[in-house]
Ligand binder design. Structure first.
Ligand SMILES: [Zn+2]
Length: 228
C-alpha cells in the first residue's frame, strides 16, 4: 500500500505519519530527508544539491523527481511508501503517477488532514515546551500544570520560531499550492478528508480503519504475496 499524507504545517502530519509507519510497516519518504541524505553521501548529485541549497535557491522538480524514482524503483520499498511533503505541485503529482505506473504500483489512499486557520493559530501561539524534558503543552488544548512546572529544573518556554505571521503565511501558501494536487487525486477518488482538529488518538483510529480495509482488500487480490 502506498499512501500520501497532506496537511498544513501544524496539523499534526508528522505525528500521524509516524504512527502509520510504525503500525503498517511503511517507509516514510520525505523530500527534505532525501535531499539531506544525498548531500551527506556527497554524490555528484548531492554536491549539486548542496550548492543549490546554499545559494538559497529551490531544488528543481527534475532533481526531486529523480530522487523519488530512486526510492520508488527500489524493491525494498515497493508498495510500502508513505509520501510526506510530496507531491507539492501538479507537475510533481503527474510525475509520481507516471513513475508508479512504470514500476507497477499505485497510490491507494490520500489522507488530507484538515485544520482551520484559527486552530492552527492557537496551536502555535499556545505551544509551550519544557526546557528540561522537551515535553510540550498548549495553553488552549493541553494546559501545563497550574504551577507552570513540568519537571524539576524545567522551564516552560515559547519557541522562538513560533512567529504567527510566518505561520499564517505558511498555512495559506500550503493550502493554495496543494489545492490543485488534491483536486488531481479527488478525481481519482483517493482522497479521505480527516478532521485534524480531533485528538490524536481519534485521528489515528480513523486512519487505522481506512488502512486496515485497504490492506485486507490488497491481501485478497494478491494472495500469492502471503503464501511464502
Ligand atoms: Zn519537563
Amino acid at each position: 500500500m502506498n499512501i500520501i499524507i497532506f496537511g498544513p504545517p501544524g496539523a499534526g502530519k508528522g505525528t500521524q505519519s509516524d504512527f502509520i509507519v510504525k503500525n503498517f510497516n511503511l517507509f516514510k519518504l520525505s523530500t527534505g530527508d532525501l535531499l539531506r541524505e544525498e548531500i551527506k553521501k556527497k554524490t555528484p548529485l548531492g554536491l549539486k544539491i548542496a550548492s543549490i541549497v546554499n545559494s538559497g535557491s529551490l531544488v528543481s522538480d527534475d532533481i526531486i523527481n529523480n530522487l523519488i524514482e530512486n526510492v520508488v524503483s527500489n524493491k525494498k520499498y515497493e508498495n510500502q511508501i508513505i509520501f510526506d511533503g510530496y507531491p507539492r505541485n501538479l507537475s510533481q503529482a503527474e510525475n509520481l503517477n507516471k513513475l508508479l505506473l512504470k514500476y507497477k504500483q499505485k497510490i491507494d489512499i490520500v489522507i488530507k488532514l484538515t485544520v482551520s486557520l484559527d486552530v492552527i493559530k492557537k496551536r502555535i501561539t499556545g505551544r509551550l515546551t519544557c526546557s528540561k524534558c522537551s515535553k510540550t503543552y498548549n495553553e488552549f488544548f493541553s494546559p501545563p500544570p497550574a504551577n507552570m512546572i513540568c519537571c524539576q529544573g524545567g522551564v516552560l518556554q515559547k519557541r522562538d520560531d513560533d512567529n504567527l505571521d510566518i505561520a499564517i503565511k505558511r498555512y495559506e501558501t500550503y493550502e493554495e499550492s496543494t489545492e490543485p494536487v488534491l483536486d488531481f487525486y479527488r478525481k481519482m477518488n483517493l482522497v479521505k478528508d480527516l478532521n485534524g482538529e480531533m485528538n490524536i488518538e481519534s485521528i489515528q483510529s480513523e486512519i487505522s480503519g481506512y488502512l486496515t480495509v485497504i490492506e485486507g482488500w490488497l491481501c485478497k487480490i494478491t494472495p500469492y504475496k502471503y503464501i511464502f
